[in-house]
Write a protein that binds this ligand. Structure first.
Ligand code: P6P
Length: 330
């Protein structure tokens, strides 16, 4: 029988393992969980609420913005910004940094992708919210600027994601392991369902868009062909699993083992995925679960950021699988 532990209770328990904690991070995480409940409410009824379809605008990525992207972005900014705990925010949907509605008083920075994989919303495929939290680099919140958003992933104090799927789950880490919570709509709470998630050392799934075959570099093609060869001793051939929704693909591989790759391609020479609010938070979670995350050569969380929306190739998942993939890249 699962102990009925809410995510708020779990945040508090985690705080107790940090004697120096002031409780501020706990408050931030509670704000994020609350925002997740607001987004969930709309996502799960998207087909009914006439909020499907293009909002007719495009985001900084030049991608069509669906109404739910816009909604999720606004909800997160307002639901979290109103308490003044964050001095600054950065979102996939906003070109520049966001100063929360309340004046800059908090000592933290929130970077997030409000609704990743949103192109899947209309066909009822899982989508997700990804978040990453840093401390300000200086002491004066009113002086916070974009440089506070450009810290290495290794400086994150917390990271997580919400997956809006067959059930809605929130998964997070503060550096003390990875913990998953399943939303119970009958009580409106995220309840602990996956304590101390660890990723298998090696998996049997690989996730890559094989439709980009013509754009892949030969080293990536060689690795994928290696995975397709028959060799029981090394658990091959692997099975391919690619949903086209990063959070959904990552979450499956986190629980079952495997590797997700969005490599450098001819169309995306720096990869497609974003370092600050996609690769870094998932890398923090993956490493805390015992996995590995690199750009094919360098640890994701060691990359020195230069731009808020910069892209990176991403090899993430079971340690043995990522190491094997890297061996083809050298
Ligand atoms: P492709 C969704 O648009 C997304 O940002 C990620 O969620 C997903 O992993 C990736 O792009 C899919 O990209 O080029 O395979 O369609």
């Amino acid at each position: 029988m699962n102990k009925l532990i809410t995510i708020e209770r779990h945040f508090l328990e985690q705080q107790k393992s940090h004697p120096e904690a002031t409780g501020e991070l706990t408050d931030l995480l509670n704000d994020v969980a609350f925002a997740a409940k607001l987004v969930r409410r709309e996502v799960v009824r998207a087909g009914l609420a006439d909020i499907l379809g293009m909002a007719g605008t495009t985001n900084v990525q030049g991608e069509e913005v669906k109404k739910l992207d816009l909604f999720a972005n606004e909800k997160i900014i307002n639901a979290i910004g109103q308490h003044g705990r964050f001095a600054l925010m950065g979102s996939e949907e906003n070109e520049g940094t966001i100063i929360p509605p309340k004046n800059q008083t908090g000592r933290y920075v929130l970077l997030f992708d409000p609704l990743d994989g949103s192109s899947n919303i209309d066909v009822n495929v899982s989508v997700g919210t990804i978040f990453s939290i840093y401390r300000l680099t200086g002491d004066d919140p009113s002086q916070a600027d974009v440089n506070d958003c450009l810290q290495k992933g290794s400086e994150q104090v917390a990271a997580g994601y919400v997956i809006y799927g067959s059930s809605v789950m929130m998964v997070y880490t503060t550096g003390n392991g990875v913990h998953g919570f399943t939303y119970d709509p009958t009580i409106g709470e995220f309840l602990l369902s996956h304590e101390n998630i660890t990723i298998p050392e090696q998996g049997k799934y690989y996730s890559i868009n094989e439709g980009s075959w013509q754009q892949l570099h030969s080293s990536t093609i060689d690795y994928i062909n290696y995975l397709k060869e028959e060799d029981k001793a090394t658990g091959r051939p692997y099975s391919t699993r690619y949903i086209g929704s990063l959070v959904a693909d990552f979450h499956r591989n986190l629980l079952t083992g495997g590797i997700f790759i969005y490599p450098a391609t001819r169309k995306h020479p720096d990869g497609k995925l974003r370092l600050m609010y996609e690769a870094n938070p998932l890398a923090f979670i993956c490493e805390q679960a015992g996995g590995r995350a690199t750009n094919g050569k360098t640890r994701i969380m060691d990359i020195d950021p230069t731009e808020l929306h910069q892209r990176t190739p991403l090899y993430i998942g079971s340690t043995q699988d990522v190491l094997k993939a890297e061996s083809f890249e050298h």
